[in-house]
Design a protein around this ligand. Structure first.
Ligand code: PMT
Length: 222
């Protein structure tokens, strides 16, 4: 581990899941607990970084020393990232971002009607935060994404690495309850352009966060 490997670096980290409102009381969400992103924020602080943590709703206490920005929707997360990316040296997107949102928000609670046997929601795509940022980054800025996959982990992850112009991608299999969403442990494969994939054993999210921070500090020194 490189001691203070991120000293004087400004690191922007996203954590938790985003929520898309259907009506005033309902939303589309996902199973992200924020544990992975918060662990990365803690590791980056330990390595000397100035951390801004953009977080969806979680039950976690943010690490001491992080500047915390709370968001609910993908749009709010996108705005917070856009506002803070320019002055950051690295962006790490561990958040589970909604890919779809209701096409229309209904501003009163949707009622069941006697004649209804169901409800059809029409969804539209949300903005892809990391892809937008990938197109704006300047020399020296490092963008790290995650890939949550349930099948064809490496193929799908490699496609994301290229499409979203990331400097590093951390792929995890989210079909196993013991790793991925909400667990204390994870198992990831680090993908860097032009390098062989590197799979970790199952480890705590804190240990994975330390490995990730170490890899990022090496990228800065290249
Ligand atoms: O929070 P935990 O319970 O600890 O769980 C951790 C985790 C499983 C959420 C985390 O390890 C993880 O995999 N995060 C990424 C989840 C995700 O949205 O993956 P994706 O493969 O759908 O997206 C790929 C990348 O694009 C991600 O970096 C994501 O943040 C980003 N993205 C996705 C959609 C979108 N509209 N905008 C984005 O920027």
């Amino acid at each position: 581990v490189v001691q203070q490997g991120l000293k004087n670096k400004k690191v922007l980290i996203t954590a938790g899941g985003t929520r898309e409102l259907i009506d005033p009381v309902r939303f589309i969400g996902n199973k992200s607990s924020g544990k992975m992103g918060y662990a990365i924020a803690q590791s980056a602080i330990n390595a000397g970084a100035q951390v801004t943590l953009v977080t969806g709703k979680t039950n976690l206490q943010p690490p001491l020393g992080a500047k915390v920005i709370h968001v609910i929707s993908t749009k709010e997360m996108a705005d917070a990232v856009a506002e803070n990316f320019e002055q950051s040296d690295a962006l790490i997107m561990a958040a589970a971002v909604a890919d779809f949102m209701p096409e229309n928000y209904v501003d009163q609670k949707i009622k069941k009607q006697a004649e209804d046997d169901g409800l059809t929601l029409k969804l539209k795509k949300t903005v892809d935060i990391i892809k937008t940022i990938g197109g704006q980054k300047h020399a020296g800025q490092i963008v790290v994404g995650f890939a949550a996959e349930t099948q064809n982990l490496l193929n799908n992850a490699n496609k994301k690495l290229n499409d979203k112009r990331m400097d590093m991608l951390v792929a995890n299999n989210v079909s196993n309850d013991k790793i991925g969403f909400n667990s204390d442990d994870n198992q990831v494969t680090f993908l860097l352009p032009g390098q062989e994939p590197e799979q970790t054993p199952i480890m705590t999210k804190h240990a994975i966060a330390n490995m990730l921070v170490d890899k990022i500090s090496h990228l800065f020194n290249e």
